[in-house]
Design a protein around this ligand. Structure first.
Ligand SMILES: CC(C)(COP(=O)(O)OP(=O)(O)OC[C@H]1O[C@@H](n2cnc3c(N)ncnc32)[C@H](O)[C@@H]1OP(=O)(O)O)[C@@H](O)C(=O)NCCC(=O)NCCS
Length: 165
């Protein structure tokens, strides 16, 4: 991962998350997503998968994050076989910082970190109504896989989106 400013927005940096950043990450999650997790969950993911837990910072403020899990299981990009997979559990950017390339940068850097773990594919779940996020993921090379009916607590369905690495 390149820990430097982006070319599209000169004023933010992307870096690895540390334990002290978790309250700020939780703040971004609370403000942006309907899916919330226990504090313990964030610390646990950070402990187990630190290289793929990244955040974007601007002016000393955490404005976005991505957290992933490295899993081993049935391949989602090949018909048969097992694969090491990076699972993007959650990504969010504060509303006032969107459409500046921060979300794309977080995903690209996370994909690079997943590749470094010998991950061969990446996947995520996204609400079927989250057109903006789906469009963004498609631009980055992810493709809609299956539909998970009633996946979310409120009954909404999800698409899985997958890409080989
Ligand atoms: C999805 C999210 C992380 C993207 O972050 P971002 O920093 O705005 O992403 P980028 O600036 O890199 O990319 C923006 C791209 O997203 C897509 N996009 C975003 N909002 C969109 C909308 N309302 N309609 C269509 N496309 C949209 C476009 O493809 C856009 O590309 P463009 O700038 O070339 O037009 C951010 O919108 C967010 O935090 N949303 C709320 C949380 C969420 O839905 N997370 C995903 C859960 S699976």
């Amino acid at each position: 991962m390149q820990e430097s400013t982006s070319s599209r927005a000169e004023d933010y940096t992307v870096r690895h998350c540390g334990p002290d950043d978790i309250p700020s990450v939780i703040n971004v999650n609370t403000l942006t997503l309907p899916e919330h997790y226990s504090d313990y969950f964030y610390y646990d993911i950070l402990k187990d998968f630190p290289s793929t837990f990244l955040l974007a910072e601007q002016g000393g403020r955490v404005v976005g994050y991505i957290m992933c899990r490295i899993e081993y299981g049935l391949s989602m990009t090949k018909r048969f076989g097992l694969a090491k997979k990076g699972h993007i559990i959650s990504i969010a950017v504060l509303e006032e910082y969107r459409n500046r390339g921060i979300g794309s940068r977080l995903i690209r850097d996370a994909l690079e970190e997943i590749r470094k773990t010998s991950g061969k594919e990446c996947y995520l779940e996204v609400r079927t109504t989250n057109k903006g996020a789906i469009e963004l993921y498609e631009k980055l090379g992810l493709k809609v896989g299956s539909t998970l009916h009633g996946y979310y607590k409120d009954g909404e369905s999800a698409y899985t989106m997958v890409m080989p690495l």
